[in-house]
Each structure stands twice: as structure tokens, then as C-alpha cells.
Design a protein around this ligand. Structure first.
Ligand SMILES: O=P(O)(O)O[C@H]1O[C@H](CO)[C@@H](O)[C@H]1O
Length: 315
């Protein structure tokens, strides 16, 4: 789907009606599972999985660590809270146009979702935020949005949507409060969860040291290749949003580059040296940290979901 193409909302909603029992098909809470984080839906009860291929308008996720299904189910104690989770998201770098990348968010909104918890794997730009930390996002820095690659480019999807969408209040304070309360009730170490700014980059290349430095200087704490298009559209659809980034690696920002000149000159002078080689990041490493922290992410998300019905402004 490209900007301006009619979106097949009616067909997708009809497919959900045909495949998901009444009790589960109008969830108030949506979850987007980031790289390696599909386990967030493992503890749902009465789960119904709907493969993306059965949903008109949905693409297939091609990234390892992303399954391609919507999971409808119940979570929490007693009767439970009805939720829907995207097991796998779409990234622009996979070749998907923006309307496709954000289509599942628009469908969640049309199913009745009011609150969305978006998760991702991200690289840390901040020396005070180590690998394994969960960062609740308070703001974002989206170079693509500033350079005419905004997911809302093109005709509006609905006449009810504002043409010029404010984003100064994109990240719900009420949901973020629930996360810190949950961390307290789960007796989480204070250092396990922090707050920060997410930089969205196009990928699929990881950042060069100079790019990492630019983002850090611009005020970002973590960087990733997803989430912001989903946030922008969730905001346009009027949802309350919380984003949790799991730090899976450090972005390499050396204080000093390895100098080949120094190495050659030392060798010619008869005192060979080898300066430190730059570290490289891999998606395998990203998925590994996701596996290690899956249980903690799941407990936190479950705890937030359980508390949402108790907060009037989130209804
Ligand atoms: O943001 P998610 O989908 O969690 O995945 C992150 O991990 C992948 C890179 O390893 C990129 O897709 C990046 O955005």
C-alpha cells in the first residue's frame, strides 16, 4: 500500500470478526512486540493467533525475531483484560511503504484499542544506560520526520484527523506512571528501568561512530529502526502510548579512532603496535539480550496492563 491508496479497513475488520471470538475481538489494550520480544504474549489465556497473511492489508515481517501474527487473548487475574499483540512489526527498511508499516496500528484503533504499549530493541548512546536496561521513552528524535519521510505524508486517512499533529505530548504520563509503580511492586532494582529519548533511524545499517555521536549530541539516549512511525500514527488515532526500549547493545562511539597512520609509523620505526579495533554489533546479539530479558519485560507489561482499568483517564 502506498500513500493515497484506499486502505482495506472493512475487509481486515471482517477477517478479524470471522476468526476471533466475540469476547476477544474488541481489546482495549494493544502491545507491539519488538525484535526478540514476541514472548510478551506467551502468558495470554484463551489465545487466538491470526497470521498476518489472513488479514487484508497486512504484510509479512521478514526480520528474524519477528513472527507474523496478531495474538488476541486475556491477561491478568480473574476474568482478565482483553489484549491484542502484534507478534512482529514492519520496518521501512524491509521495503514496506509507510501506510503498510503503520496499518496494524490503525486496525488496533478500529478494534477498540485505547492504550498501546510499544516495545523495541535499541542501541544505547548513553554511557549511563548499560545493556539490559529497559528505557521508558519520554520523547523522540526522528530525523526522517524532519526530512520529508514522515509516516503521515500524503492525504489524511480520515477527515477527523488533524492535518498538523502535535507530538509534544506523545508519551502518556499516566501509562509511564503505571510502569514505575509496577517496577516498584515487582521489587525491581532501580537501575533496571530508566527514562530517555529514542532516536529513530531508517536502517538497516547500524550507525557509524560519527552518526552515533551526532545522535548523542542531539540528545538521544537510545537508537532504533522502528517505533516512531507507530507512535505518530497511534497519536493520530488518539491512543495513549507507552514505549519500552530494551537496550541490547552499545552504539560504538570511541573517544579516539584507531589511527592506521600511528600503527604504520610505529611499525616503520621498529616498534609495532596495534591500536584497539572497533567493536561491531549484530542482530544475533540483539536477539540474545531480548531472550535474557524476555521474562522481565513480560512481567512489567502484564503488570501495567492489569493496572490500566484502574486509571480513569486511560479508559
Ligand atoms: O525495533 P525493533 O523492531 O525491536 O528491532 C530493532 O532490531 C533490529 C536491528 O537489530 C532493527 O529492526 C531495530 O529497529
Amino acid at each position: 500500500m502506498t500513500a493515497g491508496t484506499a486502505l482495506p479497513f472493512a475487509e481486515t475488520l471482517e477477517a478479524v470478526r470471522a476468526l476471533v471470538p466475540t469476547k476477544l475481538r474488541n481489546p482495549r489494550i494493544g502491545i507491539v512486540c519488538g525484535s526478540g520480544l514476541s514472548g510478551l504474549a506467551e502468558s495470554f489465556r484463551e489465545t487466538v493467533l491470526v497470521p498476518y497473511e489472513k488479514l487484508p492489508g497486512f504484510a509479512k515481517s521478514t526480520v528474524p525475531g519477528h513472527k507474523s501474527s496478531l495474538a488476541f487473548g486475556l491477561t491478568g487475574k480473574g476474568e482478565g483484560v482483553s489484549v491484542v499483540a502484534m507478534l512482529g512489526r514492519f520496518h521501512p527498511y524491509e521495503g514496506h511503504a509507510f501506510p503498510t508499516v503503520v496499518y496494524p496500528i490503525r486496525i488496533m484503533a478500529r478494534l477498540g484499542v485505547k492504550n498501546i504499549i510499544i516495545t523495541n530493541a535499541a542501541g544505547s548512546l548513553n554511557p549511563n544506560i548499560p545493556v539490559g536496561t529497559i528505557v521508558v521513552i519520554q520523547d523522540h528524535l526522528a530525523l526522517p520526520n524532519l526530512t520529508c519521510m514522515n509516516p503521515l505524508l500524503g492525504p489524511s486517512t480520515s477527515p477527523e484527523h488533524p492535518r498538523f499533529l502535535p507530538l509534544s505530548d506523545a508519551y502518556s504520563p499516566a501509562l509511564r506512571r503505571l510502569l514505575f509503580l509496577s517496577a516498584h511492586h515487582l521489587a525491581l532494582d532501580r537501575s533496571a528501568l530508566t527514562e530517555g529519548t529514542y532516536a529513530w533511524v531508517g536502517g538497516p545499517t547500524y550507525e557509524t561512530p560519527a552518526e552515533g555521536r551526532l545522535l548523542r549530541l542531539a540528545g538521544a539516549d537510545v537508537v532504533g529502526m522502528s517505533t516512531v512511525p507507530e507512535v505518530v500514527v497511534a497519536r493520530e488515532e488518539g491512543l495513549n502510548i507507552m514505549v519500552m526500549s530494551l537496550v541490547t547493545n552499545f552504539v560504538v562511539i570511541p573517544d579516539r579512532y584507531r589511527s592506521i597512520r600511528e600503527e604504520v609509523e610505529a611499525e616503520l620505526a621498529g616498534n609495532p603496535i596495534q591500536l584497539e579495533q572497533a567493536q561491531v554489533v549484530s542482530h544475533e546479539e540483539v536477539l540474545e539480550v531480548g531472550r535474557e530479558k524476555a521474562e522481565l519485560m513480560k512481567k512489567l507489561v502484564e503488570s501495567v496492563v492489569e493496572r490500566i482499568p484502574t486509571v480513569p483517564e486511560l479508559q
